[in-house]
Design a protein around this ligand. Sequence first.
Ligand code: NZQ
Ligand code: ZN
Length: 384
Amino acid sequence: MYNFIFQNPVKVIFGKGTIAQITPNIPAQSKILMTYGGGSIMKNGVYDQVKAALKGYDVTEFGGIEPNPRYETCMKAVEICREKKIDFLLAVGGGSVLDGTKFIAAAFYHTEGDPWEILTQGKPVSKALPIGAVMTLPATGSEMNGNAVISRNSTQEKLAFYSPAVYPQFCVLDPETTFTLPDRQTRNGIVDSFIHVCEQYMTFPVNAPLQDRQSEGIFHTLIEEGPKVLKNPTDYEARANIMWAATNALNHYIACGVPQDWATHGIGHELTALHGMDHAQTLACVVLGLFKHQKKSKLAKLAQYGRRIWGLSGDNDDAIADQAICKTEEFFRSLGMKTHLNEYGVGDENFEEIGSRFERRGIKIGEHANLGKKEVIEILRLCL
Ligand code: NZQ
Ligand code: ZN
């Protein structure tokens, strides 16, 4: 196992009827900016529950944070925070609302230069406004991590940053808030979580049996509970299990002491930026192409995954890896997720540009940092 430092400051408040518990977690004199998305929280009672809990607080609302939150929208919120002297941010919605809020929190203190530099130049975020979150979509793990992914319309870019300063102070996870998710978002959440585990597991062995078993526990939970929530969206137990699995897939626990990949996400963000595909839609296509392309270097973990997750047997690791990739695709398709780019009308028209973007940034991706322009294009060709 590799050396690591681990610290996760997020208080998790989990379960039915827990939204009211935000109150003791926000200082009484706070001037709050409540951020939300396109209005789903108005339709499912979440808005009313949050407003009831915030009675007596000084609250300003900021709605309209879009899926794949935009820099342009977030900067409007930063202005409001400055005007109104906001000192606490409460994000209510899915990963996009929370990611946008993390960027607002960081951009607030980035007064020299354009906050976009946090994403393009990795300018450090040492200070941010405090954040609380009421999460209504299990997928990103954003509620318990320090990541955010922001898109910029004018340049068709989608970029991520990490800072310990933007971890939420607390998050409320009430599985009942997820009953109203459309199938598309439920499916996206299951697949996104599944691929978060892949990014931290499907690399090479470093003798970390606990982390492997933790990851495998999340895989099994998603495979067992995923179909239940799609069949019965108001199955509380299954919704609860999916929600906790999604959080654990990206709260940095399973990453402790192991190599990480993140190539699927890196390539997927470009497909969202250039083609508008949903985040999880890109991942389902790219991960299969990546596994095929990197089968040799991922062989030991692919075979372990095939045996432990899909119950495959036999001595031939190569054959097990092939079958494991097929099983993964079958699982995605059983959820109703497409697995080929051409099913979304996406061809090879931007492959050159996507490869060149990595080259221009001067980075190579994957757990060995050896996937550059040429390999990215080869992987994309396997996703058609
Ligand atoms: O905007 P509203 O009206 O709220 O509707 C949303 C949105 O249209 C809707 N929704 C959310 N909760 C609902 C609901 N509809 C009905 N009932 C509910 N309870 O779902 C739609 C999608 O929401 P969004 O927040 O975009 O989805 P998700 O949580 O999947 O977030 C995706 C974003 O997170 C980033 C992705 O790249 C993408 O930008 N990610 C963030 C990560 C992180 N911070 O660690 C890691 C991930 O890998 C990912 O990259
Ligand atoms: Zn993801």
